[in-house]
Design a protein around this ligand. Structure first.
Ligand code: ZN
Length: 387
């Protein structure tokens, strides 16, 4: 169903959802690779997994579904040096600018995160996208917003990029909101299947910023995101990690929401909620081994909208991170945007009827053990923060 099938549900305020996308995000060029390793003797060249397709097809579905007309269009601007420098060192910013001026392009910092000539400008526009979506929510132009930005941001460290991320889009937006809107307490909920190590590192010593990462245990990076990693110094307790075992599906994710995410956010009482929205825990993703389907992204988004309504006047920004199945990411993204906006496109996920019947969708005992440990660690940590 296209266009005319779109109907609004719920109170009118929920249709005040911002949508941000820019064609330049599809022009960020990661080139040829054997998935994510450099093509080499024995490894046939293929597309890089972090390709434009997963995002452009999500943007296409928002357009073709008819949803886009009912969302408030937000335009990005390039993040300035000042915007970037609140989070990143000048050494990193200058290194990216220098490589970006090379016609052969460069790498963000770990050897598997390539970018082409001009890649700095697209990454600055990506950071400026999350920033402008945040500004629109903070100044009341919209109630909440989805920023479909690229390249992603949650692995980027203050001094270098990694994991396909050049700049920490979410952190840059948070710091902008602190400077320009006086925001103090912020929660970052990261359900990308990979550990939000960059965001966690940036805020490890900051008791005003709660980071919650739900990820596949030691998928990427392979040395961070344990239950026991909970912040440093004054920030002990401000980081919560739920490292789910491979094979986790809808049951494990929803249980994590009930036992870790909701009680932690209710205790922390943020003034603003940011979601690092990756869809790479999806059942078809080539960079993980999880079983999540679109209805769980819908439910997690709805429950986050409810938390934002209860805690912070609805202020919620979703910033796109990973998700590497070109055919499945659009359906997960559509479900999230529908839940965020209260709109219904009438388009069903054609994969889900099969995948809901896969064995392992219900929570398994070994998954429950991890969630129980994370629940206890989160409660202890918040107590240490004095909350
Ligand atoms: Zn990811």
């Amino acid at each position: 169903m296209i266009g005319p099938g779109v109907t609004a549900h719920g109170p009118p305020k929920l249709s005040q959802t911002g949508w941000l996308w820019h064609e330049a995000y599809g022009w960020h060029d990661t080139g040829r690779a054997a998935g994510y390793v450099t093509a080499q003797p024995g490894a046939q060249p293929f597309t890089h997994f972090e390709s434009a397709e997963t995002k452009t097809r999500f943007a296409s579905l928002i357009e073709v579904s008819g949803l886009r007309e009912q969302l408030v269009d937000i335009r990005p601007r390039p993040a300035t040096i000042d915007d970037l420098h609140r989070v990143h060192s000048m050494k990193h910013i200058n290194a990216m600018r220098a490589q970006s001026s090379n016609p052969r392009g460069g790498d963000m910092g770990d050897g598997t995160s390539p970018f082409a000539w001009g890649g700095y400008d697209i990454a600055a526009l990506s950071a400026g996208g999350t920033l402008e979506a945040t500004r629109a929510v903070m100044d009341g132009a919209v109630r909440n917003a989805y920023a479909l930005v690229r390249p992603p941001g949650h692995h980027a460290l203050p001094d270098r990029g990694m994991g396909f991320c050049m700049f920490a889009n979410v952190a840059i937006a948070i710091e902008y909101a602190r400077v320009h809107f006086g925001v103090d307490r912020v929660a970052v909920l990261d359900w990308d299947v990979h550990h939000g190590n960059g965001t966690e590192t940036i805020y490890a010593q900051d008791p005003r910023t709660l980071t919650i990462s739900i990820h596949q245990d030691r998928n990427f990076p392979t040395d961070s995101g344990d239950v026991t990693d909970n912040g440093r110094g004054r920030g002990v307790g401000s980081a919560i990690n739920v490292p789910l075992p491979p094979g986790s599906g809808n049951g494990a994710y929803l249980d994590t929401f009930t036992r870790v995410v909701e009680p932690s956010l209710m205790r922390f009482k943020p003034e603003l909620i940011m979601v690092a929205a990756g869809f790479d825990a999806g059942a078809a993703d080539p960079l993980s081994a999880m079983l999540v389907t679109s209805s769980t992204y819908r439910t997690m988004t709805s429950r986050t909208v409810e938390l934002a309504e209860q805690l912070c006047d609805g202020r919620l920004i979703m910033s796109h991170e990973g998700g590497y199945s070109p055919v499945y990411v659009p359906f997960c993204g559509l479900a999230a945007v529908e839940a965020l906006s209260g709109l219904d496109s009438g388009i069903a996920d054609p994969f889900e009827p099969d995948w809901l019947n896969w064995a392992g969708q219900d929570i398994q005992p070994h998954q429950e053990q991890v969630i129980a440990r994370a629940q206890a660690a989160a409660a202890d940590g918040l107590a240490q923060l004095g909350i």
